[in-house]
Design a protein around this ligand. Structure first.
Ligand SMILES: [Zn+2]
Length: 327
């Protein structure tokens, strides 16, 4: 790819700039986007971060990648958006865009006549649509405590070649857990997600999840960064130094979230990364005086705790636990 929204970038050079975005209702924002155009021919990959504005490790890794990559040594091109939800980043807002209250990762592929978040989704789909591959980096948000894993999506067209490439990208990210999602059927949880919508276009895509709790440290930033470098190496675009290989990966065949039916106190018995057995108690919600149990959570199947909500307060409708089911 040689252009970034009408701006031509010469071979062997890079450019980062704020792309203006405006909604019909007059609200506006920017998308800090970049392109690194390699000196040699090769595939095009798009790398995005900050769909949720306080999921920091991916944003930090994306900034580092943009500055580290030498276009003279790159085959193909890397395009990206550093802060897909700039207003949420700026105002340190969890989950939603503070301008219209919408969760960007629930509105893809967007709506060109919609509110600002939907226009952002439309613009980001334009950015990705010319790419051969896509990685959308996430973390737990400010109140989510998470064990690293990576999602890949099985597309509804039955194109197993696309699914297999996405799985290879997920493996190359070198995390312990790989979780598969599908658009339809019981437990479908990725409708409106960026990576799932891109996958439905026929572009292999993954959504790695690393870090959380509003923290960014060297370890979580570098886990994302090394994952990106591994995938670039796997695709023959840019040498990783060295490439990390994880020979102990578990494929999670399904994934489910346990939600609160009450406002109350959340007591959690499991930690992220902990293995659980079917029927094992995972936690409960009591009333605010902790003298009456309102809801109990048990494991639906053998698996692993992928993340848990960190806060003691539970609100009706909150996702409190996310569990991956192995095999
Ligand atoms: Zn996220």
């Amino acid at each position: 790819m040689t252009t970034l929204f009408y701006e031509t970038v010469k071979k062997g050079s890079k450019l980062i700039k704020d792309i203006p975005v405006q909604a019909p209702d007059g609200t506006s924002t920017v998308l800090p986007c970049y392109i690194i155009n390699g000196a040699e021919e090769g595939p095009d990959i798009c790398i995005t971060s900050g769909v949720h504005g306080t999921e920091y490790p991916g944003i930090a890794a994306n900034l580092k990648l943009y500055h580290d990559i030498d276009p003279a040594k790159l085959k193909g091109s890397i395009s990206g958006c550093i802060m897909c939800n700039y207003e949420a980043f700026l105002h340190k807002t969890m989950f939603v865009n503070p301008v219209d209250g919408k969760n960007l990762n629930e509105v893809f592929p967007g709506n060109p006549n919609g509110t600002l978040t939907e226009i952002i989704a439309t613009t980001l789909m334009q950015l990705v649509s010319c790419s051969d591959y896509h990685i959308d980096m996430h973390s737990g948000d400010r109140q989510e405590y998470l064990n690293p894993y990576v999602f890949y999506h099985k597309n509804s067209a039955g194109r197993s070649d696309i699914d297999e490439t996405a799985l290879e990208m997920a493996k190359a990210y070198a995390l312990d857990y790989i979780a598969v999602t599908e658009f339809y059927g019981e437990g479908a949880s990725d409708i409106g997600n960026f990576y799932a919508s891109v996958s439905e276009l026929g572009i292999p895509c993954i959504q790695p999840e690393i870090g959380g709790l509003g923290l960014v440290d060297e370890k979580t930033k570098m886990l994302h960064y090394n994952g990106l470098r591994n995938v670039l190496d796997m695709l023959g675009m840019y040498k990783a130094d060295p490439r990390t290989v994880n020979n102990n990966q578990t494929l999670l065949e399904s994934f489910y979230r346990l939600k609160s039916q009450f406002d109350g106190v959340f007591n959690c018995y499991v930690e992220p990364g902990e293995l659980v057995k079917k029927g094992q108690p995972l936690g409960n919600i009591t009333n605010m005086h902790a003298d009456k149990v309102l809801q109990e959570f048990t494991a639906e199947a053998d698996g692993v705790c992928c993340w848990r909500m960190a806060s003691l307060a539970a609100n009706k409708g909150d996702a409190l636990l996310a569990m991956g089911v192995s095999g």
